[in-house]
Design a protein around this ligand. Sequence first.
Ligand code: ZN
Length: 442
Amino acid sequence: MNENELIAKVERKIKLWFFERQHQIGSQIVLNFMELLGTNNSVDFYELEKKCNNLKTFKENFTQLSGKGEKNHAKIFEKDQSTITLWKPIDNIVRTEYQNYKKTYFKPVIIANITYNPTGWRNLYINPKANHSYATEFPGHESLNFKFDKKNIDTNKNIFGYVQWTSKPTKLKKGGTVIFYSKNTNTRKGEIVGIYCETEVLKDYITEKWKGFENDKIVFNLKAKKKLSMLFPIPLNADKYKTDQNKRLVGQIGFSYYENDIAINVVKDELKELSKSGLQKNEFEKLNKIYSFLSGKIFNNGLLDIDLTEQDELIDILPSDKKQIIYDLDNLKETEPETIVVKQKTYKRDNKTIAQIKILRDFKCQICDTKIKKEKGGFYIEAAHIKPKNLKGRETPENILILCPNHHKEFDYGARKIIEHTKNFIRFNLNEKEYNLTLKIE
Ligand SMILES: [Zn+2]
């Protein structure tokens, strides 16, 4: 390909990378590169590699973006040893388009203060401990911020809300993100309780008849996209987002400006909480859409099994000394408390037992020896109950087999007949094959 053809290829593809196909690996590399580049002229290859460590085929894709071959992606990069620059002839095109991208995706964010509502904004509440006098006699107007079907107010597309301020957050005019902060008046701790995206500050406040509020009127000053706005099912500890520069997350006038990054982090943390709780599937999916909207990425952890998460954490912190494990398992008593504390954190005792059996069995399927290595370190393996949990099967070594996902499912759903089951082994027939597996702690 000659130079003009190569340039034309970049021009054709650039909009796709930045605006339509951000999930593709090539796009992610270019976006990460541009973020690192800032106003500099070059980026260190290893820095880029580090930033792209979640992209499985980073090296192959990077090579494709640096070559001039017919079948390559468009040529973007020039690599000289470990220094990467934008390929000179397209330098301007890429920088200009990246600026457009930033204007589109990086919108202003505010963290705004709302009066605490101990019912989680599900009911009207007058808070006698509120800081603002307007909220000590009547419910604060923000009581309705997370009611998503306010009759005669909300539409299919939009939700209306309210934040108290002394001067408007004018930068939000173009549609940014509002993160709602509230000080829990019981625990005296700051919490992040919800989010609005594509928010518009209303030019004039909307006042509507609404019984119970001051003068039986309710006030709204924000309008946001309904499908990109939500109450967090699990409030987040706000202290986490404080830095030395911002000892107070929210300013005197009711809000403070932040960068898009903080919104992405808040949403990601809430996704992790929901994923650990494993219960709020619909909310998880809605929040994942918000995450994609803010970051251009998908949070692909999915819903995690809380027990599995605990077991993995325990595998990392428990001593892997087998003698100790054997001693613990041999001395396991049914009368022990159901929870244990390891490194100042509480876990289910059963998860400790399973974690220890996994270590003892070396994370291998007891039927086929499969050991599944995980990209981020460690191994994936499952624990099957011989007597199912719902029939009061216990987490004790004589009731647990360590199996790969296929054999676990076969064990649970296949035609199974137990021939002999003692403290030390189990002999069974599964889909017409006979197995003899150890249950011994040694
Ligand atoms: Zn297996």
